[in-house]
Design a protein around this ligand. Sequence first.
Ligand code: HSE
Length: 446
Amino acid sequence: MGVEKFGPVRVGLLGIGTVGGGTFEVLWRNRQEITRRAGRRIEITQVADRDVDHARRIVADRARVLDDAAAVVADPAIDIVVELIGGTGVALKLVLAAIEAGKHVVTANKALLAMHGNEIFAAASRRGVMVAFEAAVAGGIPIIKALREGLSANRIESIAGIINGTTNFILSEMRDKGLAFDAVLAEAQRLGYAEADPTFDIEGVDAAHKATILAALAFGIPVQFDKCYVEGISTLQSTDIKFAEQLGYRIKLLAITRRRERGEGPHGIELRVHPTLIPARRLIANVEGAMNAVWVKGDAVGETMYYGKGAGAEPTASAVVADLIDVARVLTADPENRVPHLAFQAESISDLPILPMDDVETAYYLRMRVADEPGVLADLARILADGEISIDALLQREPGAGEDQTDIVLLTHVTFERRVNQAIARIEALPTVLSKVVRIRLEELA
Ligand code: HSE
């Protein structure tokens, strides 16, 4: 092939499960096109997997298969290590060993980068190697590249993402079919969307890993997973999805990160994952099923949005292979002149703090069960007014025949979380309030 300026790049693939299998196939199927793009061949020459028989069935005679990932990492014949094992145990050891051995790394491992990214990127910079991770956030959507390169002229103001497909599928089904969370989760597991142990997905941890990485890229801060506020969808009730709909909103599990450097209250970065009401007319509110989307607002570009499949063999392989091509293209470039791992130069990383939730500013949906008696609404209004919380909308269902209690739903204007927590404590102490207050955050995303 006339375009080849250099010899082939030799890749060691660690883990040939769903994404590894997709990566192997996409790289093989599109090898001519990829060589035309990269200027040299990119060949997976070694594959390590604990299930050697399974690996052999996929690979056939196209690469050497072995069960020892450490041997692939140590082999001088390997230029790039692709880590698709997942988790933060053996994957961390292998990635650090690959870096120490002077190899470039491509990984889809969001947990690893969210928890150990600072250490990994520092080690990579010392050794002059690249760690590429497009597949770690939102699967096939090139959001890392968009933030790191396409939007690099901007001061990023905020990001809101649907970056977990399992939970978006569950929320879409709950709304569409009026089903309860447990019933839809069972269906998601049957269809293979949710893992057998879906805790990381439904409790928001997977989205928090990805949000942590996006915040670092957007604002030039270190990865700080331990400071990310995480709330999942397992306690979300269909009643609230229905009330939200009546008020013109959808509920999504949003990953939000936003810069606050103006106005009242401490300045810093908001970093949070929780169920969120979004106006139904917004594009991102209409992202349904297992699809992902990321909305990014920059000072120059304004609002942008990126949509696609956040999981699955070939969508994720699309990102892994793109990283391989990127690394192959700049292998010979001076490390100082490569795009920095976290978008900003390592020596310019900011110490702007991640704000505690009490200092976060957002709007709220509040629902409570109340006795149908005079003065209930007046008491609620008084407590909110005392807390300087302004009511934006209010919904009260007429009690059913023979009922002496009903639900009140309130939407507030934007306020500090601290004020809402204080108001909720006072509301729950009222004798006429018969339930805990359901509190869901609300974002206009304007
Ligand atoms: N478990 C993730 C999701 C897929 O449901 O979106 C990979 O990040």
